[in-house]
Design a protein around this ligand. Sequence first.
Ligand SMILES: [Zn+2]
Length: 280
Amino acid sequence: MSLKSFIKKVLRLPLRTWLIFFVFVLTVAVLIGIGVKGNRAAKEPGGSSQLTDNNNKAGTGGAGNLNGTGQNEEKKPKEVIVVIDPGHGGEDWGTYNGNLFEKDINLDISLQLGKILDELGIKIVYTRDTDVFVDLVPRSDLANELDATLFISVHSNSMEDNSEYKGTETLYCPPPEDPKYSKMNGKKLAEIVQRELIKALGTVDNGIIERPNLSVLRRTKMPAVIAEIAYISNPSDRAKLADASFRKKAAKALANAVVKALDEMGAVKDENGVYIIMEE
Ligand SMILES: [Zn+2]
């Protein structure tokens, strides 16, 4: 019998045969459905987190994943890492006036900040800790590869055509609309950093400024800011930046801001005195 005549024969079957066939298919489908459901129900209450992981890897359907959410999903604690990014370095001086170079000011404040955080039990990683040139992209790449908790970039400012302009400002990239960033994001971090800097330094408050196109802010995946401590181009700000005690105050203020931000993110010290945070 050719395929064609077979199909013709099947199509010519009486209505009653079709109905019986249809009811049979329906019954089988319902039975399989109950079986799958029962299997799933039996697995879930006793299921370890490992099981859930395996199920997810095997690509269990959407309904299965939904059922699992909140029941077996385990948040793991991870060590807090703060990446400290001293702006410029090496042949890239940043802004300067006389023998006062931005790269040196940034490095000095950053190293002091790192020392304070380290003593508090917060793991820190520098994008540079000596006077060397580091390109912009490797700075954000480092933070992303480490899956860092926060990114703090330290700079000093300059306004070439207006030496009257002075003060402190904190830059951030508009945070993505993602519940992951509801507790902390670049903007919130900028607010905290700016508040602490103004409180400690008594400089003019230029506020927080949205800068969507700055490489280190745009490319970093964690809450990130650039703290512009003061203006080298302004005589009174310049005198402050040249003063070691002012730079120390700036480092302390940044450290306070980091601790406050980590606190808002729910980070805690573990039994070894090391800051940890629950993985999102
Ligand atoms: Zn700079």
